[in-house]
Design a protein around this ligand. Structure first.
Ligand code: NAD
Length: 196
């Protein structure tokens, strides 16, 4: 589809629900991929899954905490030295406090805010284009509240929630030379959610 064979990608949040299929999608188009995440166990599993699906792909894994500038620098350096450069930077991290608003401790809120806002800044200094996902509730959310999922799907012009692998093509396109005169754009992958 898109030729990424000369490119090296670092995917922050690569062990996540959307991060893993994006890593796989970039590798499918020929990119060497560094799967980077704060979740060490998930990280190794994600890299192993991409390698199992694409045995010839160049896939590596590294710890990354986007809330730490040092960690961002280390991950970038590890990618550049291990995979021979860095051309594509994808940030699919998110850190939630994981509780009801009334139960969130101030320190937890600060940590999540710092990781989400500062992490985006630390990684995004050189970023150009963005892919904005719409409704992609993960399997745990889907299983916990089917009525919510049905209502959600009903709000989407395409009539369904997204499959995580449906984010991959948009990221591969934006990262490819086919998008060479596209910059500063946000490509919505949301089943038409914002098209009403
Ligand atoms: N899934 C959706 O419906 C949806 C909708 C709109 C936007 N998004 C955005 O897309 C991105 C990916 O969403 P997702 O559903 O895959 O989330 P996810 O929770 O499945 O994945 C997020 C990943 O980020 C990692 N992470 C958290 N804190 C980190 C840190 N400090 N440093 C490095 N890695 C860290 C987690 O370990 C996890 O692997 C997020 O930015 C999210 O806000 C998702």
């Amino acid at each position: 589809m898109f030729d990424l064979s000369q490119k090296v990608a670092l995917v922050a949040g690569g062990a996540g629900y959307l991060g893993l299929p994006v890593c796989r999608g970039l590798a499918e188009q020929g990119a060497a991929v560094m799967v980077a995440d704060v979740n060490r166990a998930g990280l190794d599993k994600a890299a192993a899954r991409v390698r199992a699906a694409l045995p010839r792909a160049r896939v590596d894994a590294c710890f990354l905490d986007v809330a730490s500038e040092d960690s961002c620098r280390q991950a970038v350096a590890q990618t550049a030295s291990g995979l021979g450069g860095l051309h594509i930077l994808v940030n699919l991290t998110t850190q939630s406090a994981g509780r009801r608003v009334e139960d969130i401790a101030e320190a937890e809120f600060d940590r999540a805010l710092h990781a989400n806002v500062y992490g985006a800044l630390a990684l995004a200094r050189a970023a150009a284009d963005a892919m904005a996902p719409g409704p992609f509730p993960n399997p745990a959310v889907q299983a916990s509240d089917p009525a919510f999922i049905e209502r959600l799907a009903g709000q989407v012009p395409l009539g369904r929630i997204g499959r995580p692998e449906e984010c991959a093509g948009a990221v591969a396109f934006l990262a490819s030379d086919d998008a060479s005169y596209i910059t500063g754009q946000t490509l919505a992958v949301n089943g038409g959610w914002t098209a009403w």
